[in-house]
Design a protein around this ligand. Sequence first.
Ligand code: ADE
Length: 308
Amino acid sequence: NLDGPRVNNVNVQVDLKWRFPRHQIFIEQVLGEGEFGKVLKAKAFKISGRPGYSAVAVKTLKEDSRKQDYNDLFSEYQLLKEVNHPHVIQLLGVCTPEDGPLYIILEYCVYGSLRNYLRKSRRILSTTELAQLDDHISNRVKPRDILSFARQIASGMSYLSDIKLVHRDLAARNILLADNKVCKISDFGLTRDIYEDSAYFKKSKGRVPVKWMAPESLADHLYTTKSDVWSFGILIWELITLGSSPYPGIAVHNLYNLLKQGYRMERPPNCSTVLYALMNKCWNLDSNARPTFLELYHCFDNLLTDNI
Ligand code: ADE
């Protein structure tokens, strides 16, 4: 069931079941722009078995993109069509490049990235802003929300590790927040668009999210589910600090040596000793000593039940 026309000498092999007619997509606005690609907000008519119009996000390339960018976006599609989990971003369809730009159509996540959501939650809103909120009681993120986000992300990561998919860039900026505050892991796999973001350290080979990386990834480019667990530890720290940038005041070029010497971020003021111990387990130099995502899931599940 593969379709394989050649466009610009690239073999376009799209599973027929994912192909979506371009004339049923209506682009509305730009959600974000990166170095190579952009994400658009759109409406799609009768997509993926949904009646009427659905809000969707469309990933596509910028006009001046190169062939490598095309290949990267296409391999993201190839990864996305293999995944199916409530806490991993859902592919809805693809518009193939015979009749226009390559569009990867994803479910729309109304609250955007978790990092932005956490940072916005720190602000005291004006009454008009408060009135515009759907749950207009408060925009405050409560301790329970933090535990719930962590449990959802651990659940999605446990699934990805089961299907042997290594994320390589697990961070709050790459978690999207959908309706009912459901977390969706996104931008995973070898191919991620690295947006203009100070979190990525510029290197000749591309940009590297040094402060989320396990020591073995920094030293040997070794990426495994266990290095994803290290990044998850940093992500817990981001959740607790409502989207702060990790290792404040530490230069990326010093980080590797500091970590090897045993240096770790200190306990944030509002962080329980239990949670601090948990993130430190994720930051074990010995990757095999780090917890699994399933164990982490159960830890947060227990914390949520104890906390009632
Ligand atoms: N930004 C990037 N991807 C998105 C999505 N699927 N929904 C909302 N905002 C996004």
